[in-house]
Design a protein around this ligand. Sequence first.
Ligand code: B3K
Ligand code: ZN
Length: 885
Amino acid sequence: MDIANTPASPDTTATLADAPPEPKDPPVIRREDYKPFPWTIAKTRLDFELGLEKTRITSKLSVAPNEQAETSDSILLNGDGIEPLAISVDGEAVNDWTMQEGNLVLPLSQAAHELEIVTQIDPSANSQLMGLFASNGMLCTQCEAEGFRRITFFPDRPDVLSTYTIRMSGPKDKFPVLLCNGNNTDSGENADGTHWAEWHDPWPKPSYLFALVAGQLVANSDTFTTMSGREVELNIWVREADLSRTDHAVESLKKSMKWDEEVFGREYDLDLYNIVAVSDFNMGAMENKGLNVFNTKYVLADPETATDGDFDAVEGVIAHEYFHNWSGNRVTCRDWFQLSLKEGFTVLRDQLFSQDMQGEAVKRIEDVRILRAAQFPEDSGPLAHPIRPDSYREISNFYTATVYNKGAEVIRMMRTMAGEERFRQGTDLYFDRHDGEAATCEDFVTAIEDGASLDLEKFRQWYRQAGTPKVSVSLDHEDDTALLTLKQTVPATPGQPDKQPMPIPLRLALFDRESGKHDGEELVVLDEAESTLAFSGFAKPPVLSINRGFSAPVSIDREVSGEDLVFLAAHDDDPFARYEATQDLAVRHLVAAASGDGLSEEARGLGRADILKAFSSTLADTSLDDSMRGELLSLPGQTYLAEQIEQADPGRIQDEREGLKTWLGQQLERELVSLHERATEVPFGFSQEARGSRKVKTAALIYLAASNPELASKLAAAQYEAADNMTDRQGALAVLSGLGTAARTDKLIDYHRRYKGNELVIDKWFAIQASSLHPSVLEHVKALADHPDFTIKNPNRVRSLYMAFAASPHAFHAVDGEGYRMIADLILALDPINPQTAARFVSPLGRWRRIEEGRSAMMREQLERIVAAPNLSRDTAEQVTRSLG
Ligand code: B3K
Ligand code: ZN
């Protein structure tokens, strides 16, 4: 039967162009309303006739009543911006269907049926980059969370698992490579210049894991032999010109596969693992079963064009997506409220992997820095939500640092309390129990509880309550006993005014002042509002090291002397705690200086003197490796500092922080210059030593740039010229871009000329200028927005210019409010093109309540301007409304 000629119902005459605008107040979806889908879809067969402007999809679904759910006399198939061209049930064309808010509702009797639905889409017009879209002449998909419904009508929810068989055909010249999930079962050519391929994925999966790619691609191929001896073909697909930059990705994939076998006992389950790199992508990467789609940023790396940080990020994201094969794909989520089930767990898995690959100490410090810069502000602002949210309007807004990074910290705490071995028993049980299922966070906690023999009853609060707990710490000394008093408070957050205490595992050690040693570390779990612990055997008051390794994602508020912090900064054998002591010295000093009445000259001098002591011992300590030294020499970020102040003045924070940098640069000029010289002599390589030397080389320049700009400019220009790798060149350029010297302009021009045409490096060129400390940064950003290389259509380019800008307090918080206006303008311009990316820019403005009055009013004004705009997307509307709320 020619179903393509079946007349469309009158209900579907609306087209995308004349579709009504999204309602201003889209419905709230609530976790407590979860109901299983009334139908199962055992098999899904999709036939794609591919074209950049026109792709036709014929979908055949084997449906049957779901015994586990309430019965229904109809089936609701989600759709978004698509129309059915033809529908048949059991081979008969039907027209008694209706459309409800873009979804297709089809009456269906309680029996098994075969549905067939035809849709047609224009991938080249898909600027949202959700569903099937065109990028540089190739076609690819992004379906998580709700993109599949932009391709065909389907129960687009993670608890409907189906086995997919795909046929795809298209012109061979445009799409020589045709890829899909699973295994390639057949392929062939037609006489008319088209060709086709069939793919079958034996593992049932939800629609968000579906993927298809068609384009002119070449592969870097390799194999991996799994622990049971199966050989897996690995391919990293890229444009031909990028092939030489894919070796690191291949190596990272093989390391990830091996590590997951060794550490979590997880073996890969298909004979093929494909990764495709695309330039236009809303996120980092996507874990589609057997066919990951990656942003080029997380695939391509060579020393000439990628920094050490980029190399690490490629390795980490490749690992993350690979690990999802078990934590996410084999065991998926029941509904999107459970997102942290797969994301929090997978972030923890990738963090542990990177700790093993790159070194535990520095990786842990980096992860905590990210948490504090991105998640702590979220947790104390209008967008705060628990790691398992209770409601949303647009799920894309909940791919947050809370769900991902705090989610990882919560699972890390279970691991800390259980110990590695018992935690592994818990995860083994989780994977065994729920393999092939759509599970919940509760299932995960129960499995860890059972497998690791832990009582996690109270611990479940971490899934329910938002807000960063604060632990107040005081240490008293009586006779030979140290008395430690711990008090916790969990702050009120939107919708959660009252909070319960939560179990907080704190690793701690008490140091003897004279010997500089301690008698072993203890793990204390504070699970009440307040608790006092006694430690005997201390004739003199010991020095307390607490929350070692950042064992709990809390903020610590403690009475401690500068002297004790200087002691810990020099002696603590826990690298994180050592880092934290130096950070604490700087935080205390800068927060006092930048808030209220500021500091007296005397207090300013005392605070600085302690910081100088800590920095001096860091510079002099020959037992430290340079990677760690680089961490110890970094000052706390401005956003984190602002977090410590009720209503922060970003201008004062900036001035104080810069003032401290200048002073330290002056005091330590000789040491910093010799550190730079020593590091410059280390030849390029990937060893820890070589990487560490690159890190401290630029760290030294950062202080010198503040204290002696002429000298720093000379050294940075020389570093730029001599660089045989991107880490040195980018570090030097970033320093120069904040200075007013002639070398600044020279090197920025040179960099652009040198790397013209390399999208990822030109992204860096934009970001370096947008985040610079140059006084004219706003003018620079405006000029860059008009640069021929800028396009609002490419998310990487938008992020490189505007995310860098919004994340730089110096630029974003310009005193006349121009920075806020520029971000609001961007949101309004980007929203109709790519709402998901536009909505990501709302949160910097949403901090208005925590900023001093003058700026606060201007930030709010911009949010009000945005919310008043007509036809705002659901994504942006939700974020702005919550931010104003
Ligand atoms: N799971 C994807 C993220 C999808 C985001 C959708 N808005 C990548 C990841 O976390 O691995
Ligand atoms: Zn993920």
